[in-house]
Structures are given as structure tokens and as C-alpha cells.
Design a protein. Structure first.
Length: 173
């Protein structure tokens, strides 16, 4: 049986060299680069690249502690490095007609929104007027109830005074 006298450190160094060789080894069909290299080349930010890897839109290859991506996949997702992205393309004839229809629809929707806002404001004014009238009617009815209650109390005192006998009325007892 063969015993290795290599220390743990030496084993780590050997594994590190193996990992480095694997990183340097590239498939004949596709070149692979690290995420940092892709960012520096101008494909996209590291966060964007990792996000695309995590959602499965960008295949990644783990070699040791390093993540590699195929350049062809980067070009497919982000275009050539340094290309300006997000600029609107010139519209074709059918696109111009579609855009005109969409702009007309937006104008129509804006007009409908304006009319709906006017209707809402009118309904709010009407509701406020109805509430004011209801409060005035409530106040009027409360005044009637209070007046009626006072009249009943006065009548009650008069009846009680009439029930007292002559002697009590004269002496006030």
C-alpha cells in the first residue's frame, strides 16, 4: 500500500493548480469567461449576470470556486460588448400605423378619465349639498322636540299645582 507523505497544504496547492488548469481549459466550440471578465468586457453588470444565471436564462459552469459563462450565451442575451442597448429602433410603416392607433386610444382614454373626474366632482358636490340639507332638517326637528319637551314639562308642573289642595296652595307645603 502506498502512503502519501504530502501535507494538507501541499494537497491544497495541488488542488488549486488543478482548478487553475480547468479554468484555463476551454471547450473547442465555446470560449468561457468569468463573471468579472464579462462585466469588464461590457456585457452587463455582475448583479445582472448573476440574476440571469439564477433564473436560468444564462447557463453557468462551476470550476472549483469560479463561475464561468459561455461568451456565445452572453452575446445572445446582452449583444456584443459595448453595444448600445435600449435605444428605440426606427418604426416601420405598419408600426407607425399601430403607434397612431395607440396614441388615439390614449387620447380617448384621457378624455374619458377627465369626464369621469368631472362626474365624480359633481357627485361629491351633490352629496355635500344633500348632507347640508339633512343636517339643517335635523337641527330643525331637534328644536321642535326641545320646544315640545319644555311645553310638556310646563304643563306637568301646572297639573301638579292644581292637584294640591287649597291649604297646600295657600301655605306652599
Amino acid at each position: 500500500m502506498y502512503k502519501s507523505n504530502a501535507s494538507v497544504y501541499e494537497k491544497q496547492v495541488i488542488h488549486g493548480w488543478a482548478d487553475s488548469l480547468n479554468i484555463l481549459r476551454q471547450d473547442a466550440d465555446m470560449a468561457r469567461i468569468t463573471i468579472l471578465q464579462a462585466q469588464r468586457a461590457g456585457y452587463a453588470s455582475r448583479a445582472t449576470i448573476y440574476r440571469r444565471i439564477n433564473v436560468g436564462k444564462l447557463p453557468a459552469h462551476e470550476v472549483g470556486d469560479t463561475t464561468l459563462v459561455d461568451v456565445a450565451d452572453l452575446v445572445r442575451l446582452f449583444g456584443e460588448p459595448g453595444e448600445k442597448r435600449g435605444e428605440p429602433e426606427k418604426l416601420k410603416g405598419s408600426d407607425v400605423a399601430t403607434r397612431a392607433k395607440l396614441e388615439a386610444a390614449v387620447e380617448l382614454l384621457e378624455a374619458e378619465l377627465l369626464a369621469a373626474n368631472r362626474d365624480r366632482d359633481e357627485a361629491q358636490r351633490h352629496a355635500s349639498d344633500v348632507q347640508d340639507k339633512a343636517e339643517a332638517e335635523r337641527d330643525r326637528l331637534l328644536a321642535i322636540v326641545e320646544t315640545t319637551q319644555r311645553m310638556l314639562e310646563d304643563q306637568s308642573k301646572e297639573r301638579e299645582a292644581q292637584r294640591k289642595g287649597l291649604w297646600r296652595r295657600l301655605t306652599g307645603r
